[in-house]
Write a protein of this length. Structure first.
Length: 424
């Protein structure tokens, strides 16, 4: 197996650290192995304890290495949308020898990156939107063209210097050389959205453990991204409070019996709950559980609507794509469709061992890094094979069919009222 095509992705999410090792062969991704470790050092997607997050990164890497037989030495890493800023920039250079070369392309990208940043800000990525050679606009790759002046219209993404430092420090202290670092909404959108969705105007809502990231794509590019400090952990806490049980038991109940949409939840399916600190066992229906979960999810969705409004988004011709760990909750698509009144689908990576929405960022990291390395013609070795032999199977990602749009009466007031009545 060619180690030049082996990538390791480290996704430091809102409450978990995921590591995926995969091989790209053309447009085909082979996921060799993965690991997913909960981190106590993350809060709302921000590193608040470097040592604990470092331990989680190390644990996730070791687990992935043992699973695959590969030694991780370099990795591509994601950075969250917390405190991020996106702006348009331009770069201009004179073509060296009349024909645009790879060196000219790198120089014009450096020119676009040379803007003086405010104190406390660090550069994450500069992504080219289009190139111009003399008076010829709309060029995707100018190399080989004849001209005097080369320009680039690009998107610059910056973040908090402290946030960037903490992420880099955790990965580097784990003994990993960072190949590239990429903006998380950028790689999630790359994986989750179709080409048409990116052009039409589509919202990607990534619901993680302790935060939700809302990104908006239009005209083929990421326009903006915001973070809401609510996620699946808040749903777990609500279940724990209302059912008077431990958070561990509440998390199990959420995954095993949870349903987001009250109308589709069963009033015939029951489960037992051990009341915390007592010998008492209570019985509840899935429909009752959906009242609790639905109320919190409506709140998250409404925050997403507010975030889109702050971005200046008035319509979503491309609809909404849900992803992230909490997108696995049954009934979340019809509930979102009900509140946002637009078509909704859920993105799940179609690769064995990572067929969960929560792996969208990690899978997207590998695919996006491959694309960028190919474009900039840079080497991409990120892992070395050890003596362990692994059986190889290949899976081609297939786009998911869009869910049929449904329009039902508003659910918001009903679920919120039910949730509030529990505390009266």
């Amino acid at each position: 197996m060619d180690s030049q095509n082996i990538y390791t992705a480290i996704d430091i999410g809102s409450s978990n650290v995921k590591v995926v090792i995969g091989e790209m062969r053309g447009a085909q991704l082979h996921v060799i192995g993965e690991s997913n470790v909960h981190s106590e050092g993350l809060r709302k997607g921000i590193i608040v304890d470097i040592e604990k997050t470092l331990q989680s990164v190390q644990e996730a890497i070791v687990h992935a290495e043992r699973m695959t037989g590969y030694k991780v030495e370099r990795a591509v890493v994601s950075i969250s949308a917390h405190q991020a800023d996106i702006q348009r920039v331009r770069g201009v250079v004179t073509v060296t020898n009349s024909e645009v070369t790879n060196d000219d392309l790198h120089r014009v990208m450096d020119s676009a990156s040379s803007y003086k940043l405010p104190e406390g800000r660090d550069l994450v990525n500069v992504i080219p939107i289009e190139f111009t050679v003399d008076d010829c606009e709309g060029i995707t790759d100018p190399r080989g063209m004849i001209g005097v002046r080369l320009e680039v219209d690009a998107m610059m993404i910056t973040t908090s210097a402290t946030l960037m430092h903490n992420v880099l420090r955790c990965v580097e202290r784990a003994g990993i050389d960072i190949h590239q670092i990429y903006f998380q909404p950028l790689v999630v959108g790359h994986a989750a959205l179709t080409k048409d969705e990116k052009y039409q105007g589509t919202a990607c809502i990534d619901i993680g453990g302790s935060s939700t990231t809302i990104s908006y794509y239009e005209e083929g590019i990421l326009q903006d991204a915001r973070v809401v400090p609510l996620g699946g952990d808040n749903i777990t806490q609500d279940i724990s409070i209302v059912l008077k049980t431990s958070t561990t038991q509440a998390e199990y109940i959420k995954k095993q019996y949870g349903h987001a949409y009250y109308k589709d939840a069963s009033d015939q399916e029951f489960f037992e709950v051990q009341i915390e600190g007592t010998d008492t066992v209570e019985q509840y229906s899935q429909r009752y559980l959906s009242e609790i979960m639905g109320a919190r999810l409506v709140e998250i969705i409404e925050f997403a609507i507010d975030a889109l409004a702050q971005m200046g988004v008035k319509d979503l011709p491309g609809g909404v794509v849900l992803t992230g760990g909490s997108a696995m909750i049954e009934g979340i698509a019809p509930l979102t469709r009900q509140v946002m009144q637009t078509r909704v689908r859920i993105y799940t990576p179609q690769f064995i061992s990572v067929r969960e929405p929560g792996y969208a960022a990690a899978v997207g990291l590998i695919d996006y890094a491959t694309q960028q390395d190919n474009f900039y013609r840079r080497p991409a070795t990120t892992t070395q094979q050890q003596d362990v032999t692994q059986t190889e199977e290949y899976y081609e990602a297939q786009p998911e069919a869009e869910e049929v749009e449904e329009k039902r009466p508003s659910l918001k007031s009903k679920v919120v009222k039910m949730f509030n009545s529990m505390f009266e």
